[in-house]
Design a protein around this ligand. Structure first.
Ligand code: MN
Ligand code: MN
Length: 364
């Protein structure tokens, strides 16, 4: 079934006239057109029966056609009022529009108010969850992109490890990694690369800077790349010089916790059971307080999507779901370790897409 058809079925089931989709990741999923519109309006309008259309900046109409969009693409110039074009295109297809589904988590308040002004009697429904659920199960084409993105992430970690030398700064290594991985086929990084060293590894979302790496440091890489619009996300923690016994203990605990979580993945396992499998290992080692985040998140066109693997989520896993498993222990002001892989739920277990070794790597 085409991805547009899934939205049409949702509209029919819920007796909603039309849907306006503005989140670029969802637009890519529905149309194969990938664009960052910045402040300009980019939208797809899907109806129960009438032909869908894309509204986009005029300069992008040719790109929309080039990716195979066979319906109307309405372009507007920077001096045009995009909402006038939107209103006209909707009215042409469905003058009786009464209920419109929108992405409430994405559409700005400003744009919502413009819609209210232009369609005074219009009611609104929420579409976000439905679209996120549509993207939960990846097909083979999507899995191939995710596999390739993961392979490039493995390569990025390998490059990073080879760059580690006492005295080199975090940002110097980031630069070398990003250059190498783009030369190898990555389109871009899927988020700002995290590369932190020493005490900075104690922050789960540290920012790389001009700190020079020292002997005795843990170095934490958290990075991902985009390949054909699909993201990878990997974390590895390595040591420069001999780590302390405590650092080794933390590392081994995280590694064991991560494997415990991977081991419970199969269709039917609840999302929360994946979190709890890792959390139990960390708690039993006495570090429960130092693991402050969920075990993982879905991965696909967005670097964070469904499913969210918290200790509360009762969603049963299904074949074709893709997510990260990334336990961590963060010892304030001392050190931190996280290990993260990208996982596909298979018929009877898990396929681990990221394959960079996880035995503690000590660089001398
Ligand atoms: Mn990550
Ligand atoms: Mn992640």
């Amino acid at each position: 079934m085409s991805n547009i058809k899934k939205v049409q079925d949702f509209l029919v089931t819920h007796a909603i006239d039309a849907a306006l989709i503005t989140n670029p990741d969802n637009i890519y999923y529905l149309t194969n057109f990938r664009s960052d519109p910045h402040e300009r309006l980019l939208g797809v309008v899907v109806f129960k029966e009438e032909e869908p259309f894309i509204i986009c900046p005029a300069m992008e109409v040719a790109d929309v056609k080039a990716v195979g969009w066979s319906h109307e693409a309405i372009g507007y110039k920077d001096t045009d009022n995009a909402f006038e074009f939107l209103e006209r295109a909707i009215m042409k297809r469905l003058p009786e529009l009464t209920l419109l589904a929108i992405e409430k988590e994405h559409l700005t308040v400003d744009r919502f108010e413009i819609l209210q002004e232009r369609f005074p009697a219009l009611q609104f429904a929420k579409l976000d969850r439905e679209l996120a659920n549509n993207r939960l199960i990846k097909d083979e084409t999507e899995l191939d992109c995710l596999r390739k993105a993961a392979e490039l992430a493995d390569y990025a970690i390998e490059v990073g490890c080879n760059e580690i030398v006492e005295g080199k700064t975090e940002l110097e290594i980031v630069q070398a990694i990003e250059q190498a991985v783009k030369r190898k086929g990555a389109e871009k990084m899927s988020f700002d690369t995290i590369l932190v060293s020493g005490k900075k590894t104690a922050s789960p979302h540290g920012i790389p800077g001009h700190r020079a790496i020292e002997k005795g440091d843990f170095i934490l890489f958290d990075l991902g790349v985009v390949y054909k619009g699909y993201c990878s996300d990997i974390t590895r923690t390595v040591a420069l010089g001999e780590p302390t016994d405590e650092m080794r203990k933390i590392y081994e605990t995280v590694k064991k916790a991560q494997q415990a979580a991977i081991d419970v993945v199969r269709p039917g396992t609840l999302a929360k059971e994946v979190d709890l499998a890792a959390r139990t290992v960390i708690e039993e080692a006495g570090y429960g307080e130092l693991f402050p985040h969920r075990i993982g998140h879905g991965l696909g066109i967005s670097v964070h999507e469904y499913p969210s693997l918290t200790d509360q989520n009762e969603m049963p896993l299904e074949e074709g779901m893709v997510f990260t498993i990334e336990p961590g222990i963060y010892y304030p002001n001392i050190t931190g370790v996280r290990i993260e892989d990208d996982i596909v739920v298979t018929k009877d277990g898990a396929e681990v897409l990221t394959k960079f070794p996880k035995d503690l790597r000590i660089i001398q």
